[in-house]
Design a protein around this ligand. Structure first.
Ligand SMILES: CC(C)(COP(=O)(O)OP(=O)(O)OC[C@H]1O[C@@H](n2cnc3c(N)ncnc32)[C@H](O)[C@@H]1OP(=O)(O)O)[C@@H](O)C(=O)NCCC(=O)NCCS
Length: 251
């Protein structure tokens, strides 16, 4: 992933703002968060609103039967974003079910990732000929509780975070957490294996708005090579931190 637009930016004035519009097409491509840090091979749809008119497939309904309203809404809007993103690749609507450990089951030949947090939902999809896995995550741009930081860091990560300070209004501890969740969302579909927070050592390049996750456990083969690092980009804006990792089909 490249491009100067992907640098970490923070807009303190927008912290209490949020996106406007309604429905999964509310944000024009490139106008949101993840759309600014993903490569063109990824079709991404982002929204700030839950469109109450979205209808789930019966199989999807079953997956959230009995769920609390908040969970129903994020699941439903996530599906709406995913279908809109798939439509951009010419893929017709179909049920998107939860598979092993909650990973979404994408149609054959496609990969994707879904994220939702307060005031934001998004899904990104790509063709496996371009990208073998991707992971997206968003979090509120707020400090991580100290005990959580302790629990999710390994190696020199805490030192690295301290070195980045709080410049540009970015809570790097939260961004690190988000980066790890993105890495997991890309890792799991490739391996069907758990990846612990202490099994990927992340280095953030604040100036470039990028990060690298060094895998501390053997990774899967990608293009006949063992995957040892996963690369991503990050952004802070509108009161959120957003991270995206992409595992390209070709090294
Ligand atoms: C799965 C997990 C990453 C989700 O992150 P989150 O911040 O809680 O939630 P988000 O809203 O951003 O993402 C939720 C979406 O992630 C996706 N997801 C869930 N499990 C997944 C998995 N095993 N693989 C890939 N994607 C998954 C789903 O699409 C889910 O939304 P849906 O249930 O509505 O379809 C998180 O709950 C978790 O289990 N983390 C522990 C593992 C980890 O992060 N390890 C760090 C490795 S360095």
């Amino acid at each position: 992933m490249g491009g100067a637009r992907a640098r970490v930016v923070a807009d303190p004035a927008a912290v209490s703002g949020g996106f406007s519009g309604a429905g999964a097409e509310a944000l024009a491509p490139g106008a949101g968060l993840l759309g600014r840090i993903l490569p063109p091979e990824v079709a991404v749809v982002e929204t700030s609103d839950d469109d109450r008119g979205v209808v789930l497939f019966p199989e999807e309904e079953a997956a959230v039967a009995g769920a609390v309203e908040k969970r129903r809404r994020e699941f439903t809007t996530g599906r709406a974003c995913a279908r809109a993103a798939l439509a951009r690749l010419g893929v017709p609507p179909a049920p998107l079910l939860r598979g092993l450990r909650g990973a979404p089951q994408w149609p054959t030949g496609l990969v994707g990732s879904i994220t939702h947090c307060t005031g934001y939902r998004a899904a990104g999809v790509a063709r496996t000929q371009d990208i073998v896995s991707l992971g997206l995550d968003t979090e509120p741009n707020q400090p991580l509780p100290a005990w959580v930081l302790e629990a999710i860091t390994c190696g020199g990560e805490q030192r690295m975070i301290a070195g980045l300070g709080t410049t540009a209004g970015v809570h790097w501890d939260r961004l690190l957490f988000s980066a790890k969740e993105s890495v997991y969302k890309a890792w799991f579909p490739l391996t069907q294996r758990w990846l612990g927070f202490d099994q990927a050592d992340i280095t953030v390049d604040a100036r470039e708005g990028s990060f690298a996750a060094r895998l501390l456990v053997p990774g899967p083969l990608v293009a006949d090579q063992p995957l040892t690092e996963i690369h991503g980009r990050c952004l802070a804006d509108r009161g959120l931190v957003a991270t995206a990792v992409v595992v390209p089909a070709r090294t």
